[in-house]
Design a protein around this ligand. Structure first.
Ligand code: MN
Ligand code: MN
Length: 289
């Protein structure tokens, strides 16, 4: 697989996880089992009453951020923030509270970040950072600087920052063809700094709290051996299932490639979104190489 193949698989895998997981977002594993047995089909529905294959804020915000990078052939923080405002103004079905607060602050005051807050440790900044990882595949310094700037438009919290950098570096290692051991070292480094991220034994929580999200994603990514089994196991954990599904799909896509993404999911995924992803994956990767 080429770098572009893996970058595309990460982005398509991300959107598939979002669309698959959204059906069971905010449900418990027990509720999911009672209703679906094992949830494994991209059928839409859920609390947002989505169309089958429809994605949510995770993918939409990623596309907004990716387009800002492409339009400016590099980093422009105001362009990123402006695209988030345009997205919010488009009345999307789903906006996280912390994301809304940060975007509204920028829209009303032009402020690109708030003061650090304990309650900014949600997963809304981490979930949308894949375009930055793709555009900076060969530039770890740019990756860190751009990631932190985009995060802090809405989330200013050390756990959110650390998780975003770690998951982004792991997907970069996978796309760059590094050994899985390098990815494990990246996770260990995070845990050595912030012990709460330890995911073995897996505590079994999958809320929108960034610690629960990272634990769920890394646990199922490490303990499954295919794209499909990784995504199904992740979303059936429930909770913030579209976001854990998206992030697990990002890592699993980069590891296993587009060929391993089930055809039934790729054909069901919103085709306008899939087309945007194909274009962005090529252009963002092109900026990096
Ligand atoms: Mn979502
Ligand atoms: Mn979510």
């Amino acid at each position: 697989m080429t770098v572009l193949d893996k970058a595309l698989a990460a982005y398509l895998g991300f959107a598939c996880g979002d669309a698959l997981g959204a059906t069971v977002e905010f449900m418990s594993p027990k509720q999911i089992q009672k209703r679906y047995g094992v949830h494994s089909e991209m059928i839409g529905g859920g609390w947002l009453a989505l169309e089958a294959g429809q994605v949510t804020d995770d993918t939409q915000m990623s596309l907004a951020l990716g387009q800002a990078i492409i339009d400016h052939r590099g980093w422009n923080i105001r362009a990123a923030a402006d695209n988030f405002v345009a997205w919010l103004n488009s009345n999307p079905p789903d906006v996280g509270n912390t994301c809304r607060r940060g975007i509204v602050r920028y829209r009303d005051n032009g402020e690109l970040y708030g003061l650090p807050r304990d309650d900014d440790a949600g997963n809304g900044a981490c979930m949308r950072n894949l375009p930055v990882a793709l555009a900076t595949l060969t530039r770890p310094d740019y990756f860190e600087a751009w990631s932190l700037e985009q995060c802090r438009i809405t989330h200013h919290n050390p756990l959110s920052d650390a998780a975003t950098l770690t998951l982004g570096r792991i997907v970069q290692h996978l796309i760059n063809g590094q050994d899985i051991a390098v990815c494990e070292q990246e996770a260990e480094l995070l845990i050595s700094r912030y012990g709460e991220f330890a995911y073995s034994p897996y505590p079994g929580k999958a809320s929108g709290y960034i610690v629960d999200t990272v634990q769920t994603v890394l646990h199922y990514f490490s303990n499954t051996d295919s794209f499909e089994s990784c995504l199904i196991a992740t979303v059936n954990q429930g909770g913030d299932a579209d976001t854990t599904g998206a992030l697990a799909g990002m890592l699993a896509g980069a590891k296993y490639g587009v060929e391993q993404i089930p055809e039934r999911w790729l054909t069901r995924l919103d085709q306008q979104v899939a087309a945007q992803i194909r274009q962005q994956a090529a252009e963002l990767t092109g900026l990096a190489l």
